[in-house]
Design a protein around this ligand. Structure first.
Ligand SMILES: Nc1nc2c(ncn2[C@@H]2O[C@H](COP(=O)(O)OP(=O)(O)O)[C@@H](O)[C@H]2O)c(=O)[nH]1
Ligand SMILES: [Mg+2]
Length: 515
């Protein structure tokens, strides 16, 4: 927990003491108690979408673990899995709906869930799984079974769980055949909670399948799917209000950047060089690839390639081999990563979500408490209660005011990404940089090479401050001045932080090295 968050936690605890625990104040007391219980926990990120929309595969790919979450149609996949930071060798914990004690079982036994639970799968509320991937330190990932009208029970399970946990953020998965069904879900989520571009990302999944279905295949899956995304957002304006951006991703290929082996790369090279024409032709359909005897590969190896990469993944690897027959595994993995759409998606996941996980969480807490204040206000009839509530309201506002700058940055970024504000490209780029989209070290925020000295950085920050101040002074349009002031505020805050760090560094040097 950062110092800022600790400070907020302390202040909220102080305000909580003012809130009576009974009568009309109960919802507010509950909101404060909930805040106290969650503020030091990692951000909770839920993955939602229809069944088989690639949710579990995407989570495995993000974590770089082939089999962490079961995929396909195994029984486990019909349950909510809550991924937390911990020892990957630890038992998984099965939590029950009826209050019966939780059950710990070795992770390897998860596939036999029905047997473990004596067939009573309906009684499972969620399954806790531990892993040591770095991202889980700040973000817990909640993989849900999927929201489908056809599987009403599991959908209800997901909704109940989400209502209970109130995730701070979501990734919503869409397949290219986006049905009204998914949009209904989005609508439902929007009504029930506070998802907005600030805490929700969209993913158009299985773009490799989209490529497979598009004839002739002259464009890459990314190019084809970018069009699909555009069409989708144009036809469904509410998507824009609900998610930050929709990223096209093939989770299978993203995962293959972990699972592709040297042996598989060699197999593709062998098969391709054995008969290039037969190989190219076989990429039309999965069956043709599996039946391509000219490849010289045993059938199970062909199967393995399709399962790991999909046809499009194989085509991408083939193209890499075409361009350089000696291409190595690391290069191929990098190409796959790019063509899978993972580069753009992961960048946003880390920069937009990961680095802001505390802010997003605190935003959620702030909204929840403010909502509770409004509820209580609507029920109050006693003037003394009314005065007390006003006092609490003021102190809550003061507490969250320190977040104002970060929040404004966040909103402005959002407006930039959604084209709601028309900046010239250089200004937009500067905003993204100073707001941390390219990394959050001081040199990165300033767009300077690492290794720049504190004095160089101070000079740069000051120069940008002065330049923005002058621009603001010349700007007649108040709307323009508003976003410029946010940028100016960011430079000022950064300059003060660098100064403070420089001073601390000097103290440390003199103490440690007598310099
Ligand atoms: N071709 C292709 N198949 C995928 C992709 N992602 C997942 N799959 C397959 O689709 C099925 C469902 O995936 P899963 O991750 O279990 O979906 P979930 O139900 O949303 O968790 C599995 O058989 C996956 O191997 C993808 O990007 N491309
Ligand atoms: Mg799943």
């Amino acid at each position: 927990m950062s110092l800022q968050t600790q400070e907020i936690a302390k202040r909220l605890a102080d305000i909580r003491r003012l809130v009576p625990g009974d009568g009309v104040f109960v919802p507010l007391a509950e909101a404060f108690d909930r805040a106290a219980a969650t503020i030091d926990k990692p951000m909770q990120l839920a993955i939602i979408g229809k069944i088989s929309s690639s949710k579990s595969t995407l989570v495995n790919a993000i974590l770089g673990k082939e089999e962490l979450l079961p995929t396909g149609q195994k029984e486990v996949t019909f349950n909510v899995c809550w991924l937390k930071y911990g020892d990957p060798r630890a038992d998984v914990v099965i939590h029950h709906k009826d209050g019966s004690p939780e059950r710990r079982v070795p992770r390897a036994q998860l596939d036999a869930l029905a047997t473990i639970e004596g067939g009573n799968l309906d009684n499972i509320s969620y399954i806790e799984i531990f892993d040591d991937s770095e991202i889980l330190r700040s973000i817990n990932i909640i993989d849900t079974p999927g929201l489908d009208a056809l599987r009403n029970k599991d959908s209800q399970n997901t909704l109940d769980f989400i209502a209970h946990v109130r995730p701070d953020a979501v990734i919503m998965l869409f397949t290219h055949s986006v049905s009204d069904n998914v949009l209904d879900i989005v609508r439902q989520f929007n009504a029930e909670s506070a998802f907005s571009p600030l805490n929700a990302l969209g993913v158009l999944t299985k773009i490799d399948v989209l490529w497979q279905e598009t004839i002739p295949r002259v464009k890459s899956a990314l190019e084809i799917s970018k069009k699909t995304v555009k069409g989708l957002t144009r036809r469904n304006p509410m998507l824009k209000k609900t998610i930050f951006e929709m990223y096209p991703v093939s989770a299978l290929m993203f995962l293959a950047t972990t699972t592709l082996t040297q042996g598989m790369l060699t197999d593709i090279r062998t098969a391709y060089l054995a008969d290039t024409q037969a190989f190219d032709k076989s990429l039309v359909k999965v069956d043709s690839f599996l039946n391509n005897e000219a490849s010289g590969l045993a059938p199970e190896r062909r199967r393995k390639l399709v399962d790991t990469l999909g046809l499009y993944g194989i085509a991408v690897v083939r193209d890499a081999i075409k361009a350089d027959p000696e291409v190595d595994l690391a290069t191929v993995r990098e190409t796959l990563r790019h063509e899978s759409g993972a580069d753009a998606f992961a960048k946003t996941l880390y920069n937009h979500f990961g680095l802001r996980s505390e802010l997003i969480k605190i935003e959620g807490i702030s909204q929840h408490i403010r909502g509770a204040i409004r509820t209580v206000r609507g029920r109050i009839s006693n003037p003394a209660h009314s005065a007390l509530l006003a006092q609490i309201d003021q102190r809550v506002a003061d507490t969250f005011a320190s977040l104002a700058q970060e929040h404004r940055e966040y909103e402005l970024l959002n407006a930039i990404y959604n084209n709601e504000i028309d900046l010239d490209p250089a200004d937009a780029e500067e905003c993204c940089t100073i707001f941390g989209e390219h990394g959050t070290s001081a040199p990165q925020l300033l767009g300077m090479p690492s290794g720049s000295t504190p004095d160089q950085m101070l000079a740069r920050a000051l120069e940008r401050e002065n330049s923005w101040r002058a621009t603001i002074a010349r700007e007649p349009d108040p709307d323009e001045r508003r976003w410029m002031t946010v940028v100016l505020g960011s430079y000022t805050r950064l300059r003060l932080r660098i100064q403070e760090m420089k001073y601390t560094l000097q103290l440390a040097r003199s103490f440690l090295y007598n310099e």
